[in-house]
Design a protein. Structure first.
Length: 193
């Protein structure tokens, strides 16, 4: 096991990865005394029956790394089990839409914030939803942008990203700024968020 750990250090794997891979191989060798294709398949079945997909794949990667180690250090390449590799399992990915708030829920949230006089949160939600801006972009909005109806931001690679602000949001936000006595500059409360 120490040789395998030294091998992983030479391969520049992180300390946490070395610990996890060592633990996986320790588990393998407790269950099976030698590395054979049959034992590797049995270990994969063992993992599938007991662990979550991310854990299974991590341990399969550990085994495959160990097989590479055996391949590189084996003197007799014919008897080395390294050409055999375990396939990782497919992790089902949920739809990104599972985490998107519906229009009805968004309207309800906005209405509740407005009814409870939570103007800061109301406008934060309203700007994010209406403009599609990111939170980091939200902090760049100035009162002057409400006048012209858009905001130009420089993003990665020197590209300009234009964020349009709807007329109804501009009027509503300008009224909010006037009530607070703000006539120019960043929307103070949103910047401190």
């Amino acid at each position: 096991m120490e040789e395998f750990q030294n091998y992983m250090k030479k391969k520049n794997l992180s300390e946490n990865t070395i610990i996890a891979y060592s633990a996986a191989m320790h588990q393998f060798f407790i269950l099976y005394k030698e590395v054979t294709p049959e034992n590797l398949k049995a270990y994969r079945s063992f993992l599938i029956s007991r662990y979550r997909p991310a854990t299974i794949n991590q341990r399969i990667h550990a085994v495959n790394h160990h097989l590479l180690f055996l391949d590189e250090t084996a003197r007799d390449k014919v008897s080395s089990p390294a050409p055999f590799r375990l396939r990782s399992i497919k992790i089902p990915r949920g739809s990104f839409q599972d985490s998107i708030i519906s229009n009805e829920d968004c309207a309800l949230l906005e209405q509740r914030l407005k009814d409870e006089h939570q103007e800061f949160w109301y406008f934060a939600v309203r700007f994010l939803v209406t403009t599609g801006a990111r939170v980091s972009e939200l902090t760049q909005i100035k009162v002057e942008h409400l006048t012209c109806g858009y905001l130009d931001l420089y993003s990665k690679g020197g590209k300009i990203r234009r964020i349009y602000i709807t007329d109804s949001l501009c009027l509503e936000a300008m009224d909010w700024c006037r009530r607070r006595g703000q006539t120019s500059g960043f929307l103070d409360e949103i910047v401190t968020w």
